[in-house]
Structure formats: C-alpha cells, structure tokens
Write a protein that binds this ligand. Structure first.
Ligand code: PMP
Length: 365
C-alpha cells in the first residue's frame, strides 16, 4: 500500500488529497549543499554563550515562557536597526511558521495568496495548509520579475496576500525595491498584505537595499527574516518579521500561546548578543558563492546572478545524471525540478572545491 492509498482510508480534508509534503531529501552524505544552510557551523564563543543562556533557563523550565518574548523582540529590533522597536517585531519557530501565521491571519478559505514561481517551494504548501488559494504569477523569460509585470498581475488578480521572495529561492536573485513599491501600490485595491521574504538578505551584494527601508508609512508591508541562514542556526528554528505593530496584533489572534519555548528564546537572544561572531562567516560564504558563479561560467554553464548563499545554474543536459554523479562523489545538491537546472549551496572553501571538482569530472565524461 503506498502513501496515497493509506491516506485515502482516513477522513482527510478533500483539498489536501493527492498533495505531496515538503520533500528536500535528507540523505547521509558527507557534503550537504542542498538546503542552503550555513555549513561553517556555530563558532565556539557563540556555542558557549548559548549553552550558558540555556542552562540559566533550566531552573524556570517548570513555568511557561514569556508569551510575548519581549527580550527577543527587542534584540531582533536592535539587530535590524532602521529605527525599528520591539513593537515592530514578531517571531516564531522558523520563518516558515511566521509565514504560516501570516496566512492564518490574512489568508484562509475564500482568500488568495499570490507568488511568482519558480520561488520557495513552501509557499503553495503553506497556502494549502491554511486553506488559502495559491495564485501562481508568471516571471519574465530569464526568471526575473519587473515592476511593471508584477504590478499588473497583482492588479488583475487582486490577491489578499502577495509573497515576494528576495533574494529569490531557488534562483538566488534579488528584486529591485521598485518591484516591492509597485506591488504594494497595485495591492491597494485589494488591501493586500505584501510579504517580502528576505531569508537570505545578509548574503546580498553590498548596495542591494532591503525592503526594511520601505516599511515607514506602509502598514500592509511585512519583511520576513530568519536566523536559519546567515546566523547558522537552522536547528534552533527562529524566524521573525518586521512590520507595522498591528500586523503582530493580527498574528496574536492565531498563534498558539507560548509558541516560542524558553530554550528557543534564550538561544536566540544569546545568538544575537554574539551576532558579530555568528555572522563572521557570511563574507567567506559570499566569496565561495561568487567563485561558484565564475567557475560555472568557465565550464560553459549558465549560473544566475546570486545575492544569496546558493547558486542556481542551467545549461545541464541531464540534471538528474549530474545530481546522481555528485551524490556518488559525496556531494548533495538540490534538483528543484526545473529542466536543465540544479541549485547548490555555497559552503566552505573545501566543500565548494569538492562540488566543483566533482562537477568538472562529471561534465568531462
Ligand atoms: N524562506 C525562504 C526563501 C527559504 O529558502 C527558507 C528555507 N529554505 C525559509 C523561508 C524558511 O526557513 P526557516 O523556517 O528555517 O526560517
């Protein structure tokens, strides 16, 4: 009996029948460059600070944690700057949960959320989980998205929520702020909440502006961030958003009480106190990212310009064969199902070398 047959015996919601769960393969491979983690790991001084902060929480573990995670919101506001205070911040267990809570509050049955594929594969799943219609917009030929095209599509579809991913996963490319501004204006008619998912913002090239600079005077704009990528804390599950304070008030209506554990809060606050140390490898990752782009071009492939910690590249005759060849060489990359393309995370220098050497060998066969 396969998974679908087993499920068919349960009284599952009709709109979930036949759906596939999030499916990045979790394989035991020496070099994991498939889910855009920070492969440098957590530096020793940050580890020690987190260990102490967590130990200090243990005495109070019989009590529920601060439901408002005020200290964490304060620390996140200080990290983001831009004049933000704790009133502008909300956090949850990963930015996936932040996005889910936003859809619980602003999406739901009879409502729609618009995304622009190829983009983060969780968006349609978060939509279906919250009973929100997913409207797939279209991109330009080169996977780009112009302000004019995005705004026209939002005006036509009048969605309740728009998800803009910048830098975009899986392509790695950042959106111009003109796109965010145009989409925000186009969403005025349907009072659309415009979410800019900036999970990879810290890896942007110098001078790429963040949508945080647009928050002032735009109460329907939300910028989503995470500690999973640049902060090397994917395992801690901490994501957050910045917005007008009333967005957090809306989320308070749908969140579970005490959703951020005392351990999570202590970990995140300690990490933010040690952000210099945790973010120290961002520059090294950007160097490897730019190296991948240059070397893939030299191999005759077509990497997309990347503002993130990964590179999306085309020009492959058989991505599946290359994916398997790299796996055999001990390197796991991501096949995102786009013909001719694969995606690879920029790792340490040694990991990146292993990927490039493996790829060169496969392409020379
Ligand atoms: N947004 C984007 C664009 C992502 O790529 C990811 C992780 N792959 C997330 C959000 C979610 O990350 P997390 O839940 O770990 O914060």
């Amino acid at each position: 009996m396969d998974q679908f047959e087993r499920l068919s015996q349960l009284p599952l919601r009709d709109d979930l029948r036949g759906r596939h769960p999030y499916g990045a393969p979790q394989l035991d491979v020496p070099i994991l460059l498939n889910v855009n983690e920070n492969t440098f790991g957590v530096p020793l001084d940050a580890k020690e600070a987190i260990l102490k902060a967590v130990a200090d929480e243990l005495d109070g573990l019989n009590r529920y944690p601060d439901r408002e995670f005020t200290e964490l919101r304060r620390a996140l506001a200080a990290y983001l700057g831009h004049g933000l205070t704790e009133e502008n911040i909300w956090a949850a267990n990963g930015s996936n949960e932040v996005l889910q809570q936003l859809l619980q509050a602003f999406g739901g049955p009879g409502r729609s959320v618009m995304g622009f594929p190829p983009t983060y594969s969780m968006y349609p799943l978060l939509a279906s989980g919250t009973g929100t219609d997913y409207v797939a917009g279209t991109r330009d030929g080169d996977f780009g998205l112009s302000a004019g095209s995005a705004a026209a599509q939002v005006r036509r579809q009048a969605p309740n929520v728009v998800l803009l991913c910048s830098p975009n996963n899986p392509t790695g490319t950042a959106l111009g702020l003109d796109v965010v501004e145009a989409v925000y204006e186009a969403g005025e008619a349907s009072k659309a909440i415009v979410i800019v998912d900036e999970a990879y913002a810290e890896f942007s090239h110098t001078g790429t502006p963040s949508a945080l600079t647009l928050l002032e005077g735009r109460p329907r704009l939300v910028v989503s961030r995470t500690m999973s990528k640049a902060f090397a804390l994917a395992g801690a599950r901490v994501g957050y958003l910045a917005s007008a304070p009333e967005v957090a008030d809306a989320i308070r209506l749908v969140r579970l009480p005490y959703h951020l554990s005392a351990i999570t809060q202590a970990t995140a606050v300690a990490a933010l106190r040690n952000s210099d140390s945790l973010l120290a490898n961002v520059e090294a990752i950007k160097v490897q990212r730019d190296r991948i782009v240059t070397e893939l071009e030299a191999l005759g492939l077509t990497p997309a310009p990347s503002d993130s910690n990964f590179v999306f590249f085309g020009g492959l005759q058989s991505p599946q064969a290359v994916w398997e060849g790299l796996l055999a060489a001990g390197v796991l990359v991501r096949d995102v199902g786009i013909p001719g393309h694969l995606r690879v995370t920029a790792g340490t220098e040694a990991e990146t070398t292993a990927f490039l050497d493996g790829l060169r060998t496969i392409l020379a066969r």
